[in-house]
Design a binder for this molecule. Structure first.
Ligand code: 5GP
Length: 195
């Protein structure tokens, strides 16, 4: 997605430890026009799989996931990192090791929101080692529902998550793939640049 690549090149910042900061359009300040286009792109890619729900993880996955759910005309379910007091009743839960925070979190989703008839499209902002996506896959598995695809805004292709998820048979669509952040320089995956 050329508009996204241009935005990353213009406004992305490389911070220590192979982390890309995109606080000017995705993670802190959010560009609604870009999110709308991202939602349209994911919806076009996955509409044929007939998703019944979009699932993301709070908080930075919400913006692209909401626009995707809107375009598909299905609800968005936001997995919570801390169980809020208002979330009474039974939950699905999974452990997720956070790449950026370097700590394990439990993610929870109310059992009332996913069931065995659901076809779930997982959306997240970044894919690094794949732990967040696998945590959401685990929640879907507990519900007896199906994962119909995984949509990622920015895949860091130099980390293992993409390979891990694809080797397990999931269809992963990434709108931008980053080959390297070495020396503070953002290098995109060639296929994406030529595509
Ligand atoms: P994973 O679980 O695939 O290792 O990491 C994905 C999660 O960590 C995403 O949900 C995202 O919030 C966060 N993350 C991983 N790498 C980056 C990065 O380079 N920049 C930002 N802003 N978040 C990241």
């Amino acid at each position: 997605m050329r508009a996204l690549l241009e935005k990353i090149a213009a406004e992305g910042e490389v911070v220590a430890g192979g982390v890309l900061k995109v606080d000017r359009f995705l993670n802190h300040q959010v560009d609604p026009h870009l999110m709308k286009r991202i939602g349209e792109e994911f919806a076009d890619q996955f509409r044929g799989e007939r998703p019944t729900k979009v699932l993301t993880l709070e908080s930075s996955g919400i913006s692209p996931a909401l626009m995707t759910a809107y375009e598909l005309g299905v609800p968005l379910v936001v997995a919570r990192k801390r169980r809020p007091l208002t979330m009474t009743g039974e939950v699905y839960r999974a452990e997720v090791y956070s790449f950026t925070k370097q700590e394990a979190n439990e993610i929870v989703v109310s059992r009332s929101l996913l069931d065995g008839f659901d076809r779930v499209l997982i959306i997240d902002d970044f894919l690094a080692n794949g732990q967040a996506a696998l945590g959401m896959v685990e929640v879907v598995r507990q519900a007896g529902a199906a994962v119909v695809g995984i949509g990622i805004v920015i895949e860091k292709a130099f980390q293992d998550g993409g390979r891990l998820l694809r080797s397990r048979g999931f269809r992963v669509v990434s709108l931008a793939r980053i080959a390297s952040l070495a020396d503070g320089v953002i290098r995109f995956h060639e296929e994406v640049m030529n595509g």
